[in-house]
Design a protein around this ligand. Structure first.
Ligand code: NDP
Ligand SMILES: O=CCS(=O)(=O)O
Length: 252
């Protein structure tokens, strides 16, 4: 039987590229996201190569998460890798101008959603044992502050610490846990963050060479397919053309 991977947020960006990468390696796919049409397209694309199960799922809904995991069909139950990828940034403006609803949405998705899925899949991963993996999508924003990152960056700091803490508790179970923390990558991320401003997205990624979804998909796949005795704790990755900046100083 082939290995089984469950990917949240498989309808776009890293998640979709990861689905393609795991399919290339012959893994069975459980693909989730809120956009049913995108899931159907992906099932059509990859279903001829490997077994694919799709489920429309909003990770913020803990009951729905539990239901989807409980109802996994025969052949998709023994999950070996969980890719906690679903997430988003909103409110690119400074904290003092941000909408409280946007803050709540980021917390509900990036923190509570990731926790919901992890809690529901953990018993299965522990049953799978040696070689099982949880790969969490953090961000450089979880480590490095920048203007406009406020709750988004803080939610990704949670992802990093939750990853490390999970590692402590899962010692002896064989389940690996990794925080992959990408820098600037061209996906629908900025379109979502700016409320659909294609020009802003094009500007951010223009005249430079951002990471591509496939770059991160390769790292996700690499991490989850290493020998069972190897745990990558955290992988921070940036485009070569991105680096840190100087401290900001307020002057008279
Ligand atoms: N692009 C970047 O520069 C970086 C991104 N990241 C992180 O990587 C992850 C993937 O982002 P990326 O691929 O770039 O962005 P995309 O916007 O391209 O993809 C985000 C995915 O998350 C899903 N998603 C969002 N909200 C929910 C929800 N409530 N329930 C279920 N699925 C949801 C979306 O699916 P749908 O809308 O169909 O539900 C979509 O498939 C995120 O966690 C992001 O924070 C980290 C560092 C850098
Ligand atoms: O997480 C996304 C990368 S960034 O926009 O925070 O640099």
């Amino acid at each position: 039987m082939s290995d089984i991977v469950l990917i949240t947020g498989a309808t776009s960006g890293f998640g979709r590229a990861a689905a393609r990468r795991f399919a290339e390696a012959g893994w069975s796919l459980i693909l989730t996201g809120r956009r049913a049409e995108r899931l159907a397209d992906l099932e059509k694309e990859l279903g001829g190569k490997v077994p694919v199960h799709t489920a429309v799922l909003d990770v913020r809904d803990a009951d729905a998460v539990k239901d989807v995991i409980t109802a996994l069909p025969e052949g998709f139950r023994a999950v070996k890798a969980l890719i906690n990828n679903a997430g988003l940034a909103l409110a690119p403006q400074p904290a003092q101008k941000a909408d409280l609803d946007d803050w709540h949405t980021m917390i509900d998705t990036n923190i509570k959603g990731l926790v919901n899925v992890t809690h529901a899949v953990l018993p299965t991963l522990i049953e799978t044992g040696a070689g099982a993996s949880i790969v969490n999508l953090g961000s450089v924003a979880g480590q490095w502050p920048y203007p406009g990152s406020h709750v988004y960056g803080a939610s990704k700091a949670f992802v990093q610490q939750f990853t490390y803490n999970l590692r402590c508790d899962l010692q002896g179970t064989g389940v690996r846990v990794t925080d992959i923390a990408p820098g600037m990558a061209e996906t629908e991320f900025t379109l979502v963050r700016t409320g659909g401003d294609q020009a802003a997205s094009d500007k951010l990624y223009g005249d430079t060479t951002p990471l591509e979804a496939e770059d991160i998909a390769e790292l996700i796949f690499y991490t989850a397919s290493l020998p069972a005795h190897v745990n990558v704790n955290r992988l921070e990755v940036m485009p070569t053309r991105q680096a840190w900046s100087a401290f900001a100083v307020d002057r008279d």
